[in-house]
Design a protein around this ligand. Structure first.
Ligand code: NAD
Length: 362
């Protein structure tokens, strides 16, 4: 008998709601492995996404996370113009207590069995060493250390993409993309933030920085000639660009009301506390928002380059394409009077549909 209706919390109902192609549950009692691999869409290419390890409270929480994250990867690859689909994996467990060589290698065997339809990389709770273990069992893993032939640290490429995103916004807003004399506040000067500060200062931008790590803040300010400010004061500065490069949800009702900038463009994931509410608020207030998942795609580009065998120069050139992609999003947003995050989603969906059609012809 074919069952046509499922409870809305059933696995099949959730897969339908998100539009996933395949979800694989991986279990291995001998190593304690409990993982879920979600392949959202492979129209553009193999599904690529990191493996996250977290002590989820329930299987359903892990499933929801992997479904949401893998779908985001489909959009990210599509808008960036890469020939990759969207996927993600989660391992249920505490990465400090439950991780072992055997567990990671067993997980690698599961990936190998997917015959290249899923490629993984590092994410929250996993590190380059884990990728090396996975690599022992499958070649379908990327973001491995440079010392063993991988692409290494993605941060300089991510910073380059954010930099190009900022320039694209300046071009749309001011009519030229010169950074000279423009003021930019970078929140979080970690791996990406510091590289970004360097790029901005090279073009004579006035840069303000903030970070919870005060020693680092002092060092980076001195190294690049940037102005250190207390974290909470960042939102009251009279600046051109706010660049969130630390953590998510910093663009919310309270901060939007305080911000005096004309552009928001940074590397942090999930910058808008609520995609719909705050996307619309920014549109109404006339603040140009460069969608985070587009301009922080340098990390993904770095992984793609590793798979394709491109060198660093070519990888950085690919990150420069973020300039045109951002301009297309901003122009669509203006033309249709819709939030930029919605414009980006529409462009990504159209690319997938267009390529789906051409693939149907052979
Ligand atoms: P990181 O950990 O190296 O740096 C984050 C910095 O933010 C640290 O210096 C930390 O002290 C600071 N910070 C933390 N909380 C803060 C707060 N409340 N206020 C101010 N500063 C705070 O991380 P990263 O690799 O530079 O990544 C930065 C952001 O960009 C993250 O959200 C990450 O998810 C996202 N991202 C990074 C990459 C990449 O290639 N590294 C790719 C895509 C997205």
């Amino acid at each position: 008998m074919i069952v046509s209706k499922f409870d809305e919390h059933s696995v099949f109902s959730q897969l339908d709601a998100f539009g996933h192609q395949k979800v694989v549950y991986c279990s291995d009692p001998s190593t304690g492995l409990k993982a879920i691999i979600a392949i959202h869409d492979t129209t553009l290419g193999p599904a690529l996404g990191g493996t996250r390890m977290q002590p989820y409270k329930s299987e359903n929480e892990a499933l929801q996370d992997v479904l949401r994250l893998s779908r985001s990867m489909t959009y990210k690859s599509a808008i960036t113009g890469l020939n990759l689909g969207g996927g993600k994996a989660v391992i249920i467990g505490d990465s400090r207590l439950h991780k072992s060589e055997a567990l990671m290698r067993r997980f690698g065997r599961f990936i190998e069995n997917l015959n290249g339809s899923f490629i993984t990389a590092e994410d929250v709770g996993t590190n380059p060493r884990d990728m090396e273990y996975i690599r022992m069992e499958t070649k379908h893993v990327t973001g491995i250390p440079e010392s063993i032939g991988g692409s290494g640290d993605p941060s300089p490429v991510t910073a380059k993409g954010v930099f190009m995103g900022i320039k694209a916004c300046l071009k749309e807003h001011f009519g030229n993309d010169s950074l000279a004399g423009k003021s930019i506040a970078v929140q979080g000067i970690g791996q990406v933030g510091e590289n970004l500060v360097g790029l901005l200062r090279n073009e004579n931008a006035k840069v303000y920085i903030s970070d919870i790590d005060e020693d680092r803040l002092r060092q980076v300010a001195q190294k690049y000639g940037a102005t250190a400010v207390a974290n909470n004061n960042l939102f009251d500065l009279d600046i051109d660009v706010y660049s969130p490069c630390a953590l998510g949800a910093t663009v919310n009702t309270e901060t939007i009301n305080r911000l005096k900038c004309s552009i928001i463009a940074g590397s942090a994931n999930n910058q808008l506390a609520d995609e719909v509410v705050h996307g619309c608020m920014l549109l109404e207030k006339g603040i140009m928002y460069a969608p985070d998942y587009l301009i922080n795609a340098g990390g993904l580009i770095n992984c793609y380059s590793e798979i394709a065998g491109f060198n660093k120069k070519k990888t950085l050139q690919m990150a420069e394409n973020i300039y045109d992609a951002t301009r297309r999003v901003l122009q669509k947003s203006k033309l249709e009077n819709i939030p930029t995050n919605e414009a980006a989603n529409k462009i990504a969906e159209k690319r997938i549909e267009d390529i789906r059609k051409i693939k149907a012809s052979y």
